[in-house]
Ligand binder design. Structure first.
Ligand code: IYR
Length: 293
């Protein structure tokens, strides 16, 4: 009895020490990547739905069979040539393309004027020329022009974005965005004649119900998005690269897309409104972005 009453405070202090030690360790692992100004949520801008763990999960569950690419027939290799321009022409073309792309701005104010559907199909065709890991072409571009579906997209995005701005993003992020004057009201989702929702396919579904590994799917789709932006600019259209945080699952269901597709980007597309404005931003000069060795 005496031993128990003597031991209890010792046990309690040992327990406290252990809890303190464990709490310290978990804080250390959280901050391993540097100071975290987002209150413990180290990367609030990484959409939960975009975590690429689908393959690991399915493999662990032993669910679904994976296609072995090496069993495919050999791909023929053909001679390749590309039209050559003389150096003066090359210089001229590169300057002109730079001038065109340097006019590209993220625009949030759209005209409701219609845009020919074939132009939209062509810019998506162009995006689909992007290189991809093992040529798996892991992208789906959903073009929405139906006003009712556009409005339903808007309702979902505004509902989630309000939570993002008020809670998920945190004060630092919201303050950092203040100069851009953005908020959760996304009128452009109703006004722009088209919405292009770009999905990355985290794996492929083959007709024989096998799955196909989509290597580097996120970077492949990101490259396709870059090409899509260039194609839109070339066609004289504007967009804003919106990445509505945590809207992916609801938008995927609304658009009836399968579970292997994750929303990467939502692009409203059209002509700019007559009274559209953009923030007066400057681009870094070449010497700040180029290291020539
Ligand atoms: N997705 C939000 C917030 C936003 C985030 C960044 I980083 C921006 O450069 C702009 C906006 C929105 O679209 O309002």
């Amino acid at each position: 009895m005496l031993a128990m009453s003597f031991l209890t405070p010792v046990l309690v202090s040992l327990l406290c020490l252990l809890i303190g030690f464990l709490a310290l360790r978990s804080r250390e692992t959280e901050t391993e990547t540097g100071a975290d100004p987002h209150g413990g949520q180290s990367k609030p801008w990484v959409d939960q739905d975009l975590q690429d763990d689908s393959q690991a999960k399915t493999k662990d569950n032993g669910e679904g069979e994976w296609m072995d690419l090496s069993t495919q027939e050999d791909v023929a290799h053909l001679p390749f040539s590309l039209e050559r321009h003389d150096e003066e022409q090359m210089l001229h073309r590169s300057q002109r393309f730079y001038a065109l792309m340097n006019q590209r701005r993220s625009v949030r104010f759209f005209s409701p004027e219609p845009v020919p559907r074939e132009v939209i199909h062509n810019v998506v065709r162009t995006a689909g020329t992007a290189p991809s890991g093992a040529h798996t072409e892991p992208w789906t571009f959903v073009v929405v022009s139906n006003p009712d579906i556009k409005h339903r997209v808007r309702l979902i995005v505004e509902e989630e974005e309000e939570v993002n701005y008020r809670q998920r993003m945190g004060d630092k992020w919201v303050n950092d965005l203040a100069p851009l004057k953005t908020n959760w009201i996304k009128e452009y989702l109703d006004v722009a004649p088209y919405l292009i929702l770009v999905f990355k396919q985290v794996y492929g579904n083959l007709p024989d119900s096998k799955k196909m590994t989509h290597y580097y799917n996120e970077i492949s789709v990101s490259i396709a998005c870059g090409i899509l932006l260039a194609a839109l600019q070339n066609a004289g259209l504007v967009t804003v690269t919106s990445t509505p945080l945590n809207c992916g699952p609801r938008l995927r269901l609304l658009l009836k897309r399968p579970a292997n597709e994750k929303l990467l980007m939502l692009l409203p597309v059209g002509y700019p409104a007559k009274d559209a404005t953009v923030p007066d931003l400057k681009r870094k000069p070449l010497h700040d972005i180029l290291v020539h060795i």
